[in-house]
Design a protein around this ligand. Structure first.
Ligand code: PSU
Ligand code: MN
Length: 304
């Protein structure tokens, strides 16, 4: 198994010494944001994690190797290349055996993190049950991954391009704790509130780390969602975003966008419709997640 992984020396050493490491995904770089803001953001997010005394490990696949920790040049390559495949659980065997390049989704990044022994992972937004998912059966593999892979995912909730209610129901069925970090309301990515509650609210890195430890000590395999709302100053207007989302969804429908292309299409469309404001918010929330995630990783490393 180890021959499929390539750990960055800094990450490997930190893991050996039991120091905090925070995993980061690469689909957000390749398919979630445009170039060059994507690479710039990826670098800034890594810097925020370092400032907190943790080691960042961006995960992606290069020439079939699952890289745990990317160099500056590798980040640039992921961000600027047009032909990096979006890789979720089902795509991993193909990309690895064909020695291709692939950007990992939340699901695939969780797999890489668990293989490397990293417990905390920071991203922007989760995949989920899509609107009309009860008909299309479009349910992100991120959710089934959370059910089985023991990694905590710090995110700003899920976008209301998704059916947030059904996404939360699915997570409940799969036994995935949804923690509101300093919030009682599950955040909706661009906005601080979705109108749906969380399973529990925690207000500190210490309490959150204790919950992770309790879950895994009890032998309850699987992940957790740590939902951290976008900072007030960077949040977008709820009603305006709902209208924008309706528009993006109807365009996707008209164009017959399906499968793995749906989420990247909607993200791009939102940026277009908001004239770039959604991207500003996206960047702000990822950075805030990095700060919170690094603090939780530090506490968890101390407890372990
Ligand atoms: N949501 C975002 N930004 C993203 C994604 C989701 O706000 O970049 C990406 C993540 O990599 C997530 C993936 O794991 O989209 C989900 O894709 P799908 O819905 O096809 O499972
Ligand atoms: Mn899907």
């Amino acid at each position: 198994m180890k021959s499929y992984l390539e750990l960055h020396p800094e990450v490997e050493q930190a893991l050996q010494e039991g120091r905090p490491v925070v995993a980061l995904e690469s689909t957000i770089i390749s398919h979630g944001m445009p170039y060059p803001e994507n690479v710039q953001t990826a670098r800034e997010v890594e810097a925020i994690i370092r400032e907190q005394g943790a080691v960042p490990a961006t995960i992606g696949i290069m020439n079939g190797k699952i890289k745990i920790g990317l160099s500056d040049e590798e980040l640039e390559a992921f961000g600027s290349s047009k032909d990096v495949m979006k890789v979720s659980r089902r795509d991993l065997p193909y990309v690895v055996s064909q020695q291709k390049n692939g950007a990992t989704t939340v699901a695939a990044t969780m797999i890489g993190a668990q293989l490397a022994g990293i417990s905390v992972f920071v991203t922007g937004g989760l995949g989920g049950v899509h609107r009309e998912g009860e008909v299309t059966m479009d349910i992100s593999a991120d959710l089934t991954e959370l059910a089985q892979t023991s990694v905590a995912v710090v995110c700003a909730g899920a976008k209301s391009i998704l059916d947030i209610g059904r996404t939360l129901e699915y997570l409940e069925t799969q036994g995935v704790p949804v923690i509101g970090y300093r919030t009682d309301d599950f955040p909706a990515f661009y906005t601080r509130k979705s109108g749906y509650g969380v399973d529990c609210r925690l207000d500190s890195p210490e309490e959150t780390a204790a919950l992770l430890k309790a879950k895994w000590d009890l032998g309850l395999a699987g992940g957790l969602v740590i939902a951290n709302p976008v900072p007030e100053a960077d949040a977008l207007d709820e009603q305006e975003m709902e209208a924008n989302i309706e528009r993006a969804l109807s365009e996707a429908k008209q164009l017959g966008i399906k499968g793995k292309d749906v989420t990247p299409f909607l993200l791009g469309k939102m940026k277009e419709i908001t004239q770039g404001r959604s991207l500003v918010t996206n960047i702000a929330l990822v950075k805030h997640n990095a700060l919170v995630g690094a603090q939780i990783a530090k506490e968890y490393a101390r407890l372990k």
